[in-house]
Design a protein around this ligand. Structure first.
Ligand code: ZN
Ligand code: ZN
Length: 76
């Protein structure tokens, strides 16, 4: 089976680079398909990295001082 490596950003899944098809000996036969191999690279593309990529991990982070002024600290 021929395969084609497709690199995508691991966070936004935008296309990073599409490699040329790597043909196998049976390439060109009727009904012969090309298998895509997705390789994840980096984090986000340039158009998505402007949107604070750390927000993608905000739900995973524990309370590590991430308030950033949203609430006043310890108002008792
Ligand atoms: Zn093939
Ligand atoms: Zn993107």
């Amino acid at each position: 089976m021929c395969y084609q490596v497709i690199e995508r950003y691991s966070v936004c899944r935008c296309l990073y680079y599409k490699h040329a098809i790597d043909p196998c000996p049976s390439h060109g036969q009727r009904g012969h398909g090309v298998q895509e191999k997705t390789v994840l690279v980096g984090y986000t593309c340039s158009s998505h990295s402007s949107h604070r990529p750390e927000t993608a991990y905000a739900g995973v982070l524990p309370d590590s001082g991430y308030g950033s002024g949203a609430y006043p600290p310890a108002q008792q």
